[in-house]
Design a protein around this ligand. Structure first.
Ligand SMILES: [Zn+2]
Length: 388
């Protein structure tokens, strides 16, 4: 089994090792600093160098207690068992994952400490973390967690270390460990001093302040939190900062007044929508008494307005028998018919045939988006029926 350099020396970016086996997918080394995918942490990437040959390490994974370094391009012809090689870790990638991974431990620990909620699932990506908890918290609670976390990630330094203990030593730690306990002979504990202890086989930072400020970009249903780290977090903080200033200018209020202003505005919009609906309904009721024209027994009602479909459908019930209601807005045309003579569908079809466009419907209700509307709809319809 390969020596796991990444456990005791997580900051090692380069190392020398001997090839112990060459497999179909890649090589096995006697020691490695490449972290294999597992425990929620993505695999390392980097390069393996032998003399003049450089191979990209595209994936590293565990297979039957062995760590396979998956290499790109013709390594089987160029490498032999026993060769000494140099490994170089893609440090930007790994350090981003280490920050994300360590931040997740501390975030979950804070959630547990403050509100006794456990982390159900965690996704750890490069500068990106998702945490799902087994309970619900409020915005105010999340605000308290975020304040604490940003202090720990930027100012209040917590040292982080790891140790491997025997199963028999577990008794002493059992009550201190947060989360699942691995049932293995050797157990690796990751300790954030005076703050958190978990069983974990990943790579971690030495100090919490290496993480830096985070930026929560999504909080759903009180139990799913998504945040950015590193450059992504800082870019978002800078952008939102200025967006906020602009929004404050827009409503001429300090930032703590923005939420009440938005609440107030949405209440006003809701009231206006209700008013608009009742005015439209009243308008349709009046219209139902005054047809614009008649074709034989059919009464024609014309309206140029943007209206809610459901509302029209509702009010159309009070229109007299043998009515045809035609509503246009820009290039859209809607026809409602309770006539036994004129079908909404056939009339829409005539419009499409003559003016181009798409649409359809039933005898009672049809609509279309036309390429253009006729100049005079009444005249056009009259023409249709006088030709018959
Ligand atoms: Zn970990």
């Amino acid at each position: 089994m390969s020596e796991k350099i990444y456990w005791n020396h997580p900051y090692k970016k380069e190392f020398k090792a001997k090839i112990t086996s060459i497999e179909e997918q890649g090589i096995i080394l006697d020691r490695t600093a490449f972290y294999p995918e597992g425990g929620g942490q993505l695999s390392d990437q980097g390069k393996i160098i032998h003399n003049e040959d450089i191979f990209d390490v595209i994936n590293v994974y565990n297979m039957k207690d062995q760590i396979i370094h998956q290499l790109k391009g013709g390594f089987q012809e160029k490498l032999n068992v026993g060769d000494m090689v140099r490994g170089i870790i893609d440090w930007d990638w790994r350090y981003g994952l280490m920050k994300a991974h360590t931040s997740q431990h501390l975030f979950s620990a804070t959630l547990k400490k403050f509100y006794d909620v456990n982390t159900d699932k965690a996704y750890i990506g490069y500068e990106n973390v998702t945490i799902e908890i087994d309970g619900k918290i409020s915005y105010d609670q999340l605000k308290k967690v975020l304040k604490e976390i940003n202090q720990i990630f930027s100012i209040k330094n917590i040292p982080i270390s790891s140790k491997t203990i025997d199963k028999s030593e577990m008794v002493g730690y059992k009550n201190e460990i947060r989360g699942d306990i691995q049932l293995k002979d050797k157990i690796r504990l990751v300790v954030s001093k005076n703050y958190d202890m978990v069983c974990c086989g990943g790579t971690h930072l030495e100090n919490s302040t290496e993480i830096g400020m985070i930026f929560i970009y999504e909080f759903r249903s009180g139990n799913k939190i998504k945040y950015y780290l590193g450059s992504k977090a800082l870019d978002n903080v800078s952008e939102i900062n200025l967006e906020l200033i602009e929004s404050m200018d827009l409503v001429n209020q300090p930032f703590y007044e923005l939420k009440p202003v938005i609440n107030n505005l949405s209440e006003k919009i809701e009231t206006l929508e209700l008013k608009n609906e009742s005015i439209s309904a009243e308008f349709l009721r009046l219209l139902s008494k005054n047809p614009n024209a008649k074709i034989g027994e059919t009464k024609l009602f014309l309206l140029k307005l943007e209206l809610d479909d459901k509302l029209i459908q509702q009010i159309f019930n009070i229109f007299p028998n043998e009515s045809l209601l035609i509503i246009t807005s820009e290039k859209k045309i809607m026809i409602f018919s309770n006539s036994n003579i004129i079908s909404a569908r056939s009339l829409i079809k005539s419009f499409i045939d003559d003016f181009g466009g798409k649409g359809g419907g039933s005898d009672f209700r049809a609509q279309a988006l036309l390429n253009k509307l006729p100049q005079d709809i009444l005249n056009y319809i009259n023409g249709l029926f006088s030709e018959d």
